[in-house]
Design a protein around this ligand. Structure first.
Ligand SMILES: *Cc1c(COP(=O)(O)O)cnc(C)c1O
Length: 394
């Protein structure tokens, strides 16, 4: 079983492993909904109290899923995790498990569209009150978080424009008012996550992104203290049906063997590409947390080791120039996911953020010229050459 003295690379390969009586080397997939009991008494006993290695029903827990939960939560520095069907199941589960009618939530405005829908449209219908703030403005958080605030929600690095929140400060302000802090860590990546180090109570991860890392399947996890995860989070998730299936858990568990290698290689390529694009005459700006020109560069570098695997830039000439660029790219594929081993280019204004009202786009900096790049595992020099030839065609 896992030693908590292991470094990440070792934990990614061995963390949370459980072996069956057959002593298999590779982690087994337990594709089973239910579990049998030796006797009626044993069944009664198991429903009374569940041991470490005991399971009742796959919606509550499964050995393969539990391996995945243990391994990933150890990687991001939390005691435990609950694996969910998708990143959004994790976000919705964490928020709904912890909030009740009348509660006040403060959230950063630069939120993933589905997260905004859950907060405003779903939780709003049940009487949860939301205040949205500029996540990069410490004074705005201080003003918005009051004694009434039950929970604070934010993306550590926002999608798509890579705004970085001063997480340690927000946690301090929230905890002083007795509010829980929930961080969406999709862009920060589990390898470079600093939510636990900054004191966030829960981090939610779309494992669809860097954990799968190969664009195959949806998944999510809520990570936090044992008390929160095996308390209100598990209670809510196991009864409402958002648990991850064992096949997904197995694929994503095996993906973790290579996650550190993949994410570090992708992050190194993003930085190289950001530096190559910085100052290009066809661009107004390049945004990546490790570039000194990033508005929150100092905070980003004080908090995290890397800015992740995604960058954004603004092309001169708006939508028309962007479309020319997207259509001219040969290696980058036009899509809307990120963190795939294949590099992806996205025009947020006409796809992922098409429905956002113009005034909201303006506030978030999602202009018609904004382009998001998710950098994969191809050779960085090939990717730079592809971008340069496509920029030449504008
Ligand atoms: C992708 C993403 C999600 C949702 O994850 P799914 O696995 O697609 O449900 C939530 N938050 C952020 C910031 C994301 O990028």
């Amino acid at each position: 079983m896992t030693k908590n003295t292991w470094n990440k690379r070792t934990t990614l390969v061995h963390g949370g492993a459980r072996r069956s009586q057959y002593g298999e080397v590779s982690e087994a997939i337990f594709l089973t909904q239910g579990f049998v009991y030796d006797s009626a008494e044993a069944a009664e006993q198991r429903f009374q109290s569940l041991g470490e290695d005991e399971f009742i029903y796959a919606r509550y827990g499964n050995p393969t899923v539990r391996m995945f939960e243990n391994r990933l939560s150890q990687i991001v520095g939390y005691e435990d995790g609950f694996a969910c069907t998708s990143g959004m199941a994790a976000v919705t589960g964490a928020l709904t498990a912890l909030l009740k009618a009348g509660d006040h939530v403060v959230a950063a405005r630069a939120l993933f569209g589905s997260c905004l829908y859950v907060l405003e449209d779903v939780l709003g219908r049940f009487g949860v009150k939301i205040t949205l703030v500029d996540g990069t403005d410490n004074a705005a958080w201080e003003e918005a978080i009051t004694d009434e605030t039950a929970l604070v929600f934010l993306e550590s690095i926002s999608n798509p424009m890579l705004e970085v929140v001063d997480l340690r400060h927000v946690v301090k302000v929230a905890h002083a008012k007795g509010a829980l802090v929930v961080v969406d860590d999709a862009m920060a990546t589990p390898i470079f996550s600093y939510s636990a180090a900054c004191g966030a109570d829960l981090c939610v991860i779309s494992t669809t992104k860097h954990v799968d890392g190969q664009g195959r399947m949806l998944g999510g996890m809520i990570c936090g203290s044992k008390d929160l995860i095996r308390g209100p989070i598990e209670a809510y998730m196991k009864h409402t049906g958002g648990a991850m299936n064992p096949f997904t858990a197995w694929v994503q568990l095996k993906s973790m063997d290579t996650m550190d290698l993949r994410v570090r290689a992708q992050a190194a390529s993003v930085l190289k590409i950001a530096e190559a694009l910085d100052g290009h005459p066809k661009l107004n700006s390049v945004r990546y947390p490790q570039l000194p020109s990033h508005p929150q560069h100092d905070i980003a570098m004080a908090q995290g080791e890397s800015g992740g695997t995604v960058l954004a830039f603004e092309v001169k000439g708006g939508k028309e120039a962007c479309f020319k660029l997207l259509n001219a790219l040969e290696i980058f594929t036009i899509s809307n996911n990120f963190a795939d081993s294949k590099s992806i280019v996205t025009h947020p204004a006409t796809t992922t953020h098409q429905r956002l009202p113009q005034d909201q786009k303006d506030i978030l900096g999602i202009s018609d010229g904004a382009v998001r790049l998710s950098v994969g595992l191809e050779d960085a020099d090939d990717l730079i050459a592809d971008l340069m030839q496509a920029l030449d065609q504008i």
